[in-house]
Design a protein around this ligand. Structure first.
Ligand code: ADP
Length: 490
């Protein structure tokens, strides 16, 4: 029954471009035979069917045009018109009746052909569009399946509607289509060192917020091995900007991660190995410098002094490398104490000594700001920001340091009149090993570790660090630190 309905329904044939000639031909001829049989045998009155025939054939022409396109409609129209002519001849129309019969047939022929043309053409256009969409879908499906990354799509009801095979390979489980996001996890994972919940899922977050979620890292266990995943998600919106669905892209970054871990291990080991001989060398040169100064050998003492400067730079590099490595492995520890931030800033400028002499460093009259923090690490941040201000601004220019009490925070601003930083680099300079390309010809080369370490230190103290700057218009580096609970009055 269903098959007969499917065969007869023109809707079921939308998109099907195998237009039949036989079916409209046989269909319309059968209608003619049935009508003639009805008129002559059942009614015994051949005249009785003329008006009802118009409605029956008009329906058949519409039906065949919609099912078989223009050709089907034309075949049905030709048979119908021929049948009308046959009626005129077989019923022996005479005189005015004959003329009216011919006139009506001509008018109906025009209407039928017009209907067949328009409906048939519409059907063919719809078929073409359906085919084009099906081809497009197939093309996208092929790309979707062949992508080197895993992709999963969820609809606005938070149900997974599509996932590619690569994703199944990456996570080692078949993603269940129809899975409801937010009700548990398909695979258990760890993010930021903690077991993740379904709320951490970027796909769910993207659906909830309608925003892009980029590059979240997760670790899962597959066949007793750790697999590192990088997951991003983006909403799919309609033309009214309403979120229809969201797609998540999952990349397996295990190899890259392992390489990074091996590289970090190597850097860590090498820096540790360098630290001991470096400390001894510094000690020897110090003794030599003292003895040569005592002997009044100024020339050799100066050479040793320069060697000491180079050793200090080398030590700073080794210390930074060790700090970066500790940050990467979560081993940078903090010993907090209460101290006066303003004193620390004054002290830092004093310790910088000769380095700071090349510039006019102005510390604005500062309030007493007590903070509870790791003194050495904050000193490291202030030193780094001031040395950068010196490094990236012309000699004798002004560097202004302000300390401001801001609600429950201390705000430190270090402003230089140097080369500045373009807006698009403002976030990037705080990334590991990042250096601004345009400032690559700077006088004192660095490695792009200082700001990365500073950001980590400040954020671990629940503070913020940022830069306000424009290219060639100087920079202001700012950071905040929460004030200690009870401030000492001055
Ligand atoms: P580096 O050792 O390269 O100075 P940092 O992490 O301290 O490393 O700084 C990263 C980059 O940010 C620098 O290479 C430089 O391009 C830019 N930068 C930092 N401070 C300043 C500044 N005060 N003025 C202009 N550019 C700066």
């Amino acid at each position: 029954m269903k098959r007969i309905f499917n065969f007869l329904s023109p809707i079921k044939h939308l998109g099907d471009k195998n237009y039949s000639i036989v079916f409209p031909l046989l269909g319309t001829l059968s209608a003619v035979i049935i009508l003639e049989f009805y008129a002559y045998i059942i009614l015994g009155e051949p005249e009785a069917i003329t008006t009802s025939a118009i409605f029956i054939f008009i329906s058949l022409i519409i039906y065949f045009s919609f099912r078989e396109g223009r050709r089907g409609g034309f075949i049905a129209s030709i048979i119908t018109i021929s049948y009308y002519l046959y009626i005129i001849a077989s019923r022996e129309y005479q005189g005015e009746r004959f003329v009216r019969g011919i006139e009506t047939t001509v008018i109906l022929a025009i209407i039928y052909f017009f209907l067949a043309a328009v409906i048939g053409w519409l059907k063919e256009v719809i078929d073409k569009l359906i085919e084009r969409e099906a081809n497009e879908k197939k093309r996208l499906e092929t790309i979707f399946q062949q992508l080197p990354v895993g992709v999963v799509i969820a609809d606005k009801n938070r149900k997974i509607v599509q996932a590619n095979n690569r994703l199944n390979e990456i996570i080692g489980v078949k993603v269940p289509i129809g899975f409801q996001l937010g009700e548990g996890l398909i695979v258990s994972s760890i993010s930021n060192g903690k077991p993740s919940t379904s709320d951490d899922d970027p796909l769910l977050q993207s659906l909830k917020t309608g925003k892009v979620v980029s590059n979240r890292e997760f670790t899962i266990t597959k066949n007793d091995h750790l697999v590192h995943l990088q997951v991003s998600a983006a909403p799919i919106k309609d033309r009214h900007n309403q979120t229809l669905a969201a797609a998540s892209i999952i990349s397996d970054i295990t190899e890259q991660k392992n390489l990074e871990i091996r590289k970090d291990d190597f850097v860590n080991m090498a820096s540790h190995e360098l630290k001991t001989p470096l400390t001894s060398l510094k000690l020897y040169t110090e003794v030599m410098h003292r003895r040569l100064t005592k002997k009044n050998d100024k020339q050799l003492a100066d050479i040793i002094k320069r060697a000491q400067d180079q050793l200090n730079r080398l030590q700073k590099l080794v210390d930074d490398l060790l700090d970066v490595s500790r940050i990467q492995t979560g081993k940078l520890t903090y010993t907090k104490e209460r101290f006066n931030l303003s004193e620390l800033v004054n002290e830092t400028v004093e310790v910088l000594g000769e380095t700071a002499n090349s510039h006019n460093i102005i510390i604005e009259k500062t309030p007493n700001l007590q903070v509870h923090a790791d003194r050495f690490r904050i000193y490291q941040v202030v030193t780094n920001l001031i040395t950068n201000a010196i490094k990236y601004s012309p000699s004798n220019s002004e560097i202004r340091i302000q300390l401001i009490k801001n609600d429950s925070h201390a705000l430190v601003r270090i402003t230089d009149q140097g080369i500045g930083i373009p807006k698009e680099e403002h976030d990037k300079i705080f990334e590991r090993l990042y250096q601004v390309f345009k400032t690559a010809d700077k006088k004192s080369p660095g490695f792009g570790m200082g700001l990365f370490i500073s950001k980590e230190i400040i954020e671990r103290h629940k503070g913020k660090i940022w830069v306000e700057s424009k290219l060639n218009e100087g920079s202001t580096f700012c950071f905040t630190l929460p004030l200690a609970k009870r401030q000492v009055r001055t």
